[in-house]
Write a protein that binds this ligand. Structure first.
Ligand code: PMP
Length: 360
């Protein structure tokens, strides 16, 4: 067996321990005589899996009792519609547009009401996070929306926007569980798990109870009401059972690692190794304003498209995979999620130094 260092932005690297455990349990999950993929979502064994997953996530994130944890489907993209359908009581919402995913959410919300773009960093290809300390938040806004970590551009909100009392909704797909968060600052935190937590197909939404109501926009499908899933403990219909099982294993892995404080420390060390290299390199350079740099997604360029392509190709040969930047921006991007070991980033930096010597 040979595993590569996988820098994919998502689906992405998972902890090897988790994959091995899942492999060991594949044919016979703890004496049930079947795989988790084969068991009823109403079975006792699966009830244990989903309840334990929720309890561990609550512990990791210190989720207060007045928040529900929902395991949903449809990808993070489905939330772009589900959020306005459920939360837009006044049919007004404010969006901060810091990248393609925020922009998509902003565009989708326009189907449902008056949507204001109260800040944006599109003027400089989303290479920074705008100052959000005193934005023109709409007095009747139902919520203020952010994408907290911008996967494609590699920026991250280091301070949350001042929402002037309005409910904050955040897409944390690419920074989920990468560092501690104060859940009480948000009305809704959600993300697809396929970057930092598990296999594609599961979306986790952490939502304050007062936001879960029957008072949704007319025509909202049953499956797209948070209340449907909250009332049924995420078992209204067949959930993405195997994905939830793997998420649960990753939560346990995170607890063994020392929780989110320890992850933050590790992630900062990994990111610093790469950013410090970029800052002194004569060939490679980072594309993001320093103070807004993401700990998870690190984009960089050589300034020469041909050389970028050569780098990606040679890196792959050296066992460093998926370093090509997003198809809309080009260049390179190293995604260094929780499960990417320090050694992986070290191997990347060593390779970059060698490449620089040979190509400068
Ligand atoms: N939000 C962010 C921040 C993302 O990075 C992505 C996917 N890469 C999405 C939303 C869309 O996720 P999905 O493919 O699960 O719909």
């Amino acid at each position: 067996m040979s595993r590569v260092y996988n820098f994919s932005a998502g689906p992405a690297v998972l902890p090897e321990e988790v994959l091995k455990e899942a492999a060991d349990e594949m044919l016979d999950y703890r004496g049930t005589g079947m795989s988790v993929m084969e068991m009823s979502h109403r079975s006792k064994a699966f009830a244990g899996i989903i309840q334990e997953a929720e309890a561990d996530l609550r512990e990791l994130m210190h989720i207060p009792d007045n928040y529900k944890v929902l395991f949903l489907q449809g990808g993070a993209s489905q939330q772009f519609a589900m959020i306005p359908m459920n939360l837009m009581k006044n049919r007004v919402a404010d969006y901060i547009v810091t990248g393609q995913w925020a922009k998509k959410a902003y565009q989708e919300a326009q189907k449902y009401g008056k949507v204001n773009k109260i800040a944006s960093s599109e003027d400089k290809t989303f290479s920074y996070i705008p100052d959000c300390s005193d934005l023109p938040v709409s007095p009747d806004a139902d919520y203020v929306y952010i994408c907290e970590n911008n996967t494609i551009y590699g920026t991250k909100f280091k301070t949350l926007p001042n929402t002037k009392g309005k409910t904050l909704v955040a897409d944390v797909s690419s920074c989920f569980l990468s560092e501690p968060v104060d859940v009480t600052k948000y009305g809704l935190i959600y993300g697809g798990v396929q970057k930092n937590i598990g296999p594609a197909g599961v979306v986790i939404a952490i939502i304050r109870e007062d936001l879960i109501t029957d008072d949704v926009l007319p025509g909202t499908p049953t499956m797209l009401k948070y209340k449907t899933h909250a009332d049924a403990g995420s078992l209204y219909n067949t959930p993405p059972a195997y994905g939830i099982y793997i998420c649960g294993k990753v939560f346990k892995w995170l607890k063994v690692q020392g929780g989110l404080e320890a992850m933050k420390e590790r992630n900062e060390k990994k990111a610093a190794l790469l950013y410090d290299f970029l800052d002194q390199s004569s060939l490679f350079k980072g594309t993001v304003r320093k103070e807004d740099r993401s700990l998870m997604n690190v984009p960089f360029v050589t300034g020469d498209e041909k050389l970028d392509a050569k780098f990606v190709e040679e890196a792959k040969k050296a066992g460093l995979e998926n370093l090509k930047g997003h198809r809309t921006v080009g260049g390179m991007r190293a995604s260094i999620y929780n499960a990417m070991p320090y050694e992986g980033v070290q191997a990347l930096v060593d390779f970059m130094a060698q490449f620089e010597k040979e190509n400068l």
